[in-house]
Design a protein around this ligand. Structure first.
Ligand code: HDE
Length: 709
């Protein structure tokens, strides 16, 4: 592993300083500070006698150990995080008074946690799932949390359905299977009765649900929020994160293999990138909608199952976030961080999105159960960098030692302190919105278009992406054991796109029902009139949105991509060296994979292998290179592992290059060497290979038929 990156001292770290400890050059002590003389033996009545209850050192240590686990997050249990900073490019004061968005000179510390949703803490990173993308900004005006996902919509429209949704996707309650997977009966049973989920289903069945890296996925605030400027004027805003490396995915077959070969694939990738100085970077984007335009869209801005297409309201990139420091301690930081969409700063406010409104209750409640005390804000990772003064007192694990005898307001004894802040002094005041309505349990009819944007998403995909989506649905519904559920799903899919439904049906050996059941009937109130709950279809402003296709993403960089060089004794030193230096110069990472570890004899200096072929896999790499060298090529040709490695890389549409005798190894594999495959480069220049790697994947290759790998 490369050098540990120099720790950046930022405000946050200064704040944490008194709480960090690394034990270096220190005596071992109890939690009371008593130096321990023997950490190898418990106190006994005689060397062979019973242990004594008196052994307070043993009891303290074991008691602490017994309580080491805290409840994992109910959703988003599996996560990885990093520190960094955010800086706005130019003042957004026209729209918001939030200090971190108006002062281009200010670097605001951030802590970002990425996660999967469904799996437990120990589950695989490569599950087909939405990813959490939660950002805590430690601003001078208080903590602001943008708790988003890597998909811009959600499964449900109202918070009251969230426990149902989560229960349906989690492992089934009788046998706790399957782990971190939606491919089972209860999930699809629920979805088949929940037409409002169809847009999100398109996203989770697309390759967005199996990202190549946390560094290569977008983030979205999902809900419509509000900006408020100094003059008190409001506008609507949708938040986006745009990764500078582009948005890239792996293949589903690959994702399943990675889950076995390296379930920590995303966690490791994030950690290593930061250690190597390849700091993940994302631009913050905003779509701004003036209040006057609230009702000018063919959907409701408050409906979290809808996007505003970027072609209708462009995403303005207003600042950049850089993640440049790994946490020191997973538990203290990544596990104990507590996000909450209700952690706001002046200049940002909520909309009435009923999903968001429910979240505003849920997150504090969750932290109380997970972290066990209303003092969770005192845990170092959750502390605001701005001063905290209030009259809240006591409770479990209170750390602050409040001085003085007043814990109420108003008071005179304490000089009236702490006192309320005027708006001009940064006091938060909620946006004054006129609300006038009947108290009802209801959903607005403006939320009833469940299919148009699902269609928009599907229509915006490339052919390869459409095929992946069809295959994902075939895979998932193929795992469903109740035929009626599959048929109901086909009925819903046919309302998204007829050809999509037909293709999925073919894979399932079923027919698309001529008249889809109207499942909306299942999701209406007991006394609801079904006629009043029929979905409606509203024409959208655009037929396709290129921004929705990953085919149109950034494809001009190989920065931080992992390239496997297959080598054995006899490999050409110069060839390895030339290709390696070109790739490193372009920012990629190279590993030499050989049949065994140790020194590899070459035409020049010996080289050290990084990994053994049998211990690694092509799925952990972005591309493969087979250098010149007769001896090396002969060994690799005869190695089933090397041939499998190449076949699999080819199957997953990766760039492959070979030079000289290296091409002989390709001939022994499934890779068609004389084919016009733009991502198979034989005796080409390093630049040609680099260009092919930058394309990420040549998905069109899949259309040529399968590869037995
Ligand atoms: Fe969450 N969500 N959520 N959620 N959510 C949690 O809070 C909840 C929703 C999201 O890395 C929990 O601290 C409800 C949408 C992220 O720590 C919990 C509803 C979006 C994370 C909770 C939603 C999210 C959470 C569990 C429907 C995308 C992980 C642990 C009304 C915009 C944050 C915790 C981290 C975590 C509730 C819907 C994103 C149970 C009730 C929509 C990224 O409180």
């Amino acid at each position: 592993m490369a050098k540990k990156n120099p720790k950046s001292l930022n405000k946050k770290e200064e704040n944490l300083a008194p709480h960090t400890e690394d034990g270096a050059d220190q005596f071992l002590t109890t939690n009371q500070g008593l130096r321990i003389n023997d950490n190898q033996n418990s106190l006994k009545a005689g060397e062979r006698g019973p242990s004594l209850l008196e052994d307070f050192i043993l009891r303290e240590k074991i008691t602490h150990f017994d309580h080491e686990r805290i409840p994992e997050r109910i959703v988003h249990a599996r996560g990885s995080a990093a520190h960094g900073y955010f800086q706005v490019y130019k003042s957004m004061a026209k729209f918001t008074k939030a200090g971190f968005l108006t002062d281009p000179a200010r670097q605001t510390p951030v802590f970002v946690r990425f996660s999967t949703v469904a799996g437990s803490r120990g589950s695989t990173d490569l599950a087909r799932d939405a990813r959490g993308f939660a950002v805590k900004f430690y601003t001078d005006e208080g903590n602001y949390d943008l708790v988003g996902n890597n998909m811009p919509v959600f499964f449900i429209q109202d918070a009251v359905k969230f426990p149902d949704f989560v229960h349906a996707v989690k492992p089934e309650p009788d046998n706790e299977m399957p782990q971190a997977a939606s491919a089972h009966d209860t999930f699809w049973d629920f979805i088949s009765l929940m037409p409002e989920s169809m847009h999100m289903i398109m996203w989770v069945m697309s390759d967005r649900a199996i990202p190549r890296s946390y560094r290569m996925m977008e983030g979205f605030g999902i809900h419509t929020f509000r900006f408020i400027n100094e003059a008190g004027k409001g506008c609507f805003v949708k938040f986006h994160w745009k990764p500078l490396l582009g948005v890239h995915a792996v293949a589903w077959d690959e994702a399943q293999a990675i889950s076995g070969k390296d379930p920590d694939f995303h966690r490791r990738d994030l950690w290593n990138a930061i250690e190597n100085g390849d700091y993940p970077e994302y631009e913050l984007g905003v779509q701004i909608v003036p209040e006057a335009d609230e009702h000018k869209f063919p959907f409701d801005l408050l409906d979290p199952t809808k996007i505003i297409p970027e072609e209708v309201v462009p995403v303005q990139r207003i600042g950049k976030m850089v993640l440049n420091r790994n946490p020191d301690n997973f538990f203290a930081e990544t596990e104990q961080v507590a996000f909450h969409p209700g952690h706001l700063v002046p200049g940002i406010d909520f909309s009435n999105d009923p999903l968001l409104q429910g979240r505003l209750f849920s997150y504090t409640d969750t932290q109380l159960s997970r972290l066990g005390s209303p003092n969770f804000h005192e845990i170092p990772i959750n502390r605001a960098v701005s001063p905290v003064h209030n009259n809240q007192r006591d409770a479990h694990m209170r750390q602050t030692i409040n001085r003085g005898n007043t814990a109420y307001e108003p008071n005179t004894i304490g000089g009236g302190c702490p006192f309320q802040a005027k708006i001009a002094d940064g006091g938060f005041s909620s946006y004054e919105e006129r609300v006038d309505g009947h108290k009802v349990r209801a959903r607005s009819r403006s939320f009833f278009d469940h299919f148009s944007q699902a269609t928009l998403f599907y229509e915006s995909q490339s052919e390869a992406e459409k095929t992946h989506l069809v295959n994902a649905l075939r895979f998932e519904l193929g795992k469903v054991t109740v035929t009626d559920i599959r048929i109901r799903m086909l009925g819903l899919l046919s309302q998204v796109d007829k050809s999509l439904a037909a293709r999925v049906a073919e894979g399932l050996g079923l027919k698309v029902p001529a008249k889809p059941e109207q499942p909306i009937n299942h999701s209406i109130p007991a006394d609801g009139d079904p006629a009043k709950f029929q979905p409606k279809v509203v024409p959208q402003q655009v037929k396709t949105s290129p921004a929705l296709s990953m085919a149109n993403t950034v494809k001009d960089t190989v920065k931080s991509r992992m390239i496997a060089f297959l080598v054995a004794d006899g490999v050409s030193f110069d060839d390895v060296n030339d290709m390696k230096s070109a790739l490193l110069k372009a920012g990629a990472q190279v590993q030499l994979i050989a049949p065994r570890l140790g020194a590899i004899k070459t035409s020049g200096k010996a080289l050290e292998a990084d990994e053994r072929l049998p211990a690694t896999s092509s799925v952990l790499f972005d591309a493969v290179y087979i250098p010149k060298g007769a001896g090396s090529a002969a060994t690799l040709k005869a190695s089933p592992e090397a041939i499998h490695f190449i076949n699999e890389a080819y199957k997953h549409c990766k760039a492959i290059a070979a030079d000289g005798e290296g091409a002989e190894v390709l001939k022994a594999s499934y890779v068609p060497v004389d084919d016009k495959d733009p991502a198979v480069i034989i005796n080409g220049k390093p630049a040609a290979f680099i260009k092919a790697v930058a394309q990420h994947r040549y998905w069109e290759r899949e259309a040529k038929g399968g590869v037995p790998a």
